[in-house]
Design a protein around this ligand. Structure first.
Ligand code: FES
Ligand code: FES
Length: 152
């Protein structure tokens, strides 16, 4: 058993310590908001926060998260910054197919926690690991700037 603190609550996970966080979330805990894209840290679909920093849950084993704080897309609704990001996503109609978007929201939220007025290049740097096959990048950038304004 591995104990994982997720969104402020401890969960017991019956899985090998080498299991990626992504699969513990989806298969053991039925938290399916975090998506599997590439499984190789190349697309960002699986992004969650570990102690507030965005990480790729597809390559991070649960053993690395013991005693740490994992935050997932399921907690963004009740997070001041995450909610502002999600509201801006809705205003700007960001998602197309939607598959990459929970990862995009997690990376955008981590950015706005540390940078209250990100420039275009700040946004590009922070979001460069999050791939969107539908090409929603312009709307993502506009929504991040809009969210920053509402948080100011
Ligand atoms: S599924 Fe983790 S980065 Fe693509
Ligand atoms: S909205 Fe379809 S992959 Fe990003």
């Amino acid at each position: 058993m591995v104990t994982l603190n997720i969104n402020g609550r401890d969960h017991q996970v019956d899985a090998d310590p080498s299991t990626p966080i992504l699969w513990a979330l989806r298969d053991n805990l039925d938290m399916t908001g975090t998506k599997f894209g590439c499984g190789a840290a190349l697309c960002g679909a699986c992004t969650v926060h570990l102690n507030g920093d965005p990480i790729r849950s597809c390559i991070t084993p649960i053993s690395a998260a013991q005693g740490q704080k994992i935050t997932t897309i399921e907690a963004m609704e009740s997070d001041r910054v995450g909610k502002a990001v999600q509201d801006a996503w809705v205003r700007h109609d960001v998602p197309q197919c939607g598959y990459c978007q929970s990862g995009q929201v997690m990376s955008a939220t981590a950015l706005l926690r540390t940078n209250k007025r990100p420039s275009d290049s700040d946004i590009d740097n922070a979001m460069s690991g999050n791939i969107c096959r539908c090409g929603t990048y312009q709307r993502i950038r506009a929504a991040i700037k809009d969210a920053a304004k509402t948080l100011a």
